[in-house]
Write a protein that binds this ligand. Sequence first.
Ligand SMILES: *Cc1c(COP(=O)(O)O)cnc(C)c1O
Length: 346
Amino acid sequence: MYASSSTRSTAHRIDLRSDTVTKPCAAMRAVMAAAEVGDDVYGEDPTVRALESRVAEMAGMEAGLFVPSGTQSNLIALMCHCNRGDEVIVGADYHTFVYEAGGVAAVGGIMPNPLPTDSNGGLSVEQVKAAIKPDTTWFAQARLLALENTVSGQIQAPEHIDALCRTAADHGLAVHLDGARIWNAMVALGVPLARLSSSLDSLSVCLSKGLGAPVGSVLCGRRDFIHKAARIRKMLGGGMRQAGVLAACGLFALEHNLARLAQDHANARCLAEGLADIDRLTVHPGDTNMLFLEAEEPDRAPLVAHLAGHGILVGPPAQRIRIVTHLDISEDDIRDTIDVIRQYYE
Ligand SMILES: *Cc1c(COP(=O)(O)O)cnc(C)c1O
């Protein structure tokens, strides 16, 4: 019944660890080769400028800044909004707090105040209000609320983001949103990007996740914010010269790889449905291109090893094993993955 798994070529690797593993296609490499470039530290790279304005326009913000990574983009934003000793209120499982090597504290000198998130990855208005400390000489003062969308593939509702931003504004806090995968939320909700960013002070988006560019993020905000951000980017070593060869990939990705994120979402749904009836496996489907498999012990490590033996890579064995669909994953790959997982449980 599941013959396809044993007959498929294991030379073809199915890499479901992350949507960062995509490789630029021939057409993307061609636009890199043809890109018009200049010295971007002098503000003279026309392709970088085109990308920055394109993303800022989509986000409904005044200006954009092309940066090497999402991590640097978030750090720049936090350092722009906060002085040393200021506090940032953040979800305890958000990327800025957990997965950025502690840069906010080590480099920024900023004090994180991490709050537990709900099952959808969100923070509540009440939580944020309660976390803002009174103005005394002994409390660090919160200057910023740092949000994320999507959170582990879960969409944060635009109305809820708006409500959090109103609360933050009422208390004199700015709001930064880490939108590494906001494109997935945008496509899944069928709304313009600006609908998801209209109440934010700054937004960071990744080009190197679902969009499939090899490198780069864009930080968006008001013109004066972006001017300050460019100085901090330089301080952090992120000022790039003929970066148009990379920005060209971003422009290509926005044109060709944005609407197709719907296919990644459909593939993730199909995978979740194909595994739903396995007794010893609980599937946590997401809203977009991620799902999590909760295997009973002692299945976790052997399941991941069984998949690897068939050339299928997933997240590390843990209580929840992460699976991410992307540009380089086909419907056939999804069918093969279902077959190989089912074979493990037979
Ligand atoms: C990937 C990611 C980033 C930035 O990652 P880089 O690898 O530094 O580009 C930021 N936030 C989230 C939620 C991410 O998934």
